[in-house]
Ligand binder design. Structure first.
Ligand code: ATP
Ligand code: MG
Length: 139
């Protein structure tokens, strides 16, 4: 069974779409195996996005990710990494397909409502960044 990390970013929490995002996961048959709300510090956001540390948007992205609380979830299901990415839509909401989370709720290439792991290896790192084994439920 595959797992992926999902984050509802600070803009998604501020826009009151936590329930809407979770509803889309559940409707798609994805199970939530772990969930919590937290507010990242700047070093915690930098550690999470370390792969992007050379990118020009790194400082702005990590500021944004610390601008308010986020909801982090472990999603579980067959092919859930790709399934979640499809539900999210393209990074830039302008390029996202109709009916995707980012097309419906994002307002900015940076403030794009959700994060989703992009591969098995990144999912393992990202899940371990936020959750220990006891916090992840298999059902
Ligand atoms: P995520 O990793 O958040 O799921 P993604 O995989 O679609 O999104 P990445 O290329 O990994 O996109 O970029 C990580 C995040 O950095 C994006 O979700 C977005 O918030 C921000 N970002 C990406 N490209 C840009 C850009 N050109 N300008 C500003 N912010 C950007
Ligand atoms: Mg990414």
């Amino acid at each position: 069974m595959e797992r992926t990390l999902s984050i509802i970013k600070p803009d998604g929490v501020k826009k009151n779409v936590i329930g809407e995002v979770i509803k889309r996961f559940e409707t798609a048959g994805i199970k939530i195996a772990a969930m919590k709300m937290l507010h990242l510090s700047k070093p915690q956001a930098q550690g999470f996005y370390a792969v992007h540390k050379e990118r020009p948007f790194f400082d702005s992205l990590t500021d944004f990710m610390t601008s308010g609380p986020i909801v982090v979830m472990v999603l579980e299901g067959d092919g859930v990494i790709a399934k979640n990415r499809k539900l999210m839509g393209a990074t830039n909401f302008k390029d996202a397909e109709a009916g995707t989370i980012r097309k419906d709720f994002a307002t900015d290439i940076e403030k794009n409502v959700v994060h989703g792991s992009d591969a098995v290896e990144t999912a393992a790192f990202e899940i371990g960044y936020f959750f220990n084994g006891l916090e992840i439920q298999t059902r």
